[in-house]
Ligand binder design. Structure first.
Ligand code: SAM
Length: 341
């Protein structure tokens, strides 16, 4: 057995824990952190290392996402309708929340996979603390690594997932669902959410573009090619006015059978006034009538998903009824959106 790292050598403790986590051995990393803290109870540095290693690289959205009550409500309502009696796979369980809701709603059994071994360890602890360890099996695996017989008792008939990024596709939802549908599902399996859309509207955004010019007397203009092509906006911002009705740029079924690449052109009729670009957000339906949408709503309680402003090279003046062509193209997790021909 390898000796414990010396608590007086924080760099060694950090390196050892990181190496275990990189190998997917979060449980051993946690044991080492606990032993190191027990061995040096007054060392704030050892405690800080323990926390750091369990937080680094975990997407910062998790806590805000779990506090997004509209998101939870959209899932909880649909899960209560669809989960009873079903064999459920929750892809990317994170904290285990959706798996717990499914088990509580009366699922026959829930298999909850999570690619990050640290989150899987925590999800297992949360499932046990909620008294559902006999109904939920947490698998510290990426869905690509799942085997229908070895891990899922022969297959599932309800697939739960929330793998949506701000542009819907950035977390690889299309590829993941296609693979799960092909390899892990029983005939007639249901998917929750059922469908989703990438929504767009023309917009007048008063914020200034995040571009570089002169800095300390030096021209840094060429660096603008590395600036993000999209500007994130909070849902409730008051300085973003819509200049057209919202439209679906892409409407997708979330059953693993949606095309993995597509192109669209949608002319949007301006309501008139200055247009700085277009704003994009997401909408999904977990079950008929249960919809989540983070449409721009000045002053609204913000969704944890940001909206995205795609800026035109220069603002344009429009009259009511002017048509502005909006284009989109996606391929798996890459979405490109632009305005004008
Ligand atoms: C957006 S979070 C959602 C967490 C949880 N399902 C919820 O709704 O509260 C996505 C989680 O899925 C995990 N993940 C993403 N793709 C995965 C995959 N194909 N297999 C397993 N885990 C995945 C990520 O590590 C992350 O924890």
């Amino acid at each position: 057995m390898t000796p414990l790292p010396d608590p007086d050598d924080p760099a060694a403790l950090l390196a050892r824990m990181r190496a275990l986590i990189a190998r997917g051995e979060a449980e051993s990393a946690l044991a080492i952190a606990r032993d190191a803290i027990a061995g040096a109870p007054s060392s704030a540095l050892v405690r800080a290392i323990g926390h750091h290693v369990f937080a680094e690289g975990i997407d910062g959205f998790h806590v805000d996402m779990l506090r997004d009550e509209a998101r939870t409500a959209a899932y909880a309502g649909a899960i209560a309708r669809l989960a009873p009696g079903r064999r459920v796979l929750d892809i990317g369980t994170g904290s285990g929340l959706l798996a717990l809701l499914a088990a509580r709603a009366g699922a026959h059994h829930v298999y909850a996979c999570e690619a990050d071994s640290r989150l899987a360890l925590t999800a297992r602890e949360i499932v046990a603390a909620n008294g559902l360890a006999d109904r939920v099996t947490v698998l510290p695996l990426h869905s690509d690594e799942l085997d229908r017989d070895a891990h899922l008792g022969g297959g599932v008939d309800l697939v739960l997932s929330e793998l949506f990024s701000q542009d819907l596709l950035g977390e690889g939802v299309l590829r993941t669902l296609a693979d799960v549908r092909a390899r892990l599902c029983l005939p007639g399996a249901r998917f929750l959410p059922a469908r989703a859309a990438i929504r767009v509207a023309l917009a007048d955004f008063a914020g200034s573009p995040p571009t570089l010019g002169e800095v300390a007397g030096c021209d840094l203009g060429p660096f603008n090619r590395h600036a993000p092509a999209q500007e994130p906006l909070r849902q409730g911002r008051r300085d973003c006015a819509l200049r057209s009705a919202p439209a679906d740029l892409f409407a997708l079924a979330c059953d693993g059978a949606s095309p993995r690449e597509a192109r669209a052109r949608r002319p949007l009729a301006s309501t008139g006034g200055r247009v700085t670009g277009l704003v994009q957000w997401i909408r999904f339906e977990t079950a008929p009538g249960l919809v989540y949408e983070n449409a721009p709503a000045p002053g609204a309680e913000s969704s944890h998903w940001v909206l995205v402003h795609h800026r035109l090279p220069r603002p344009i003046a429009t009259a009511p009824g002017d048509l502005v062509p909006v284009h989109g193209w996606y391929s798996d997790e890459t979405l490109l959106v632009w305005c004008g021909d």
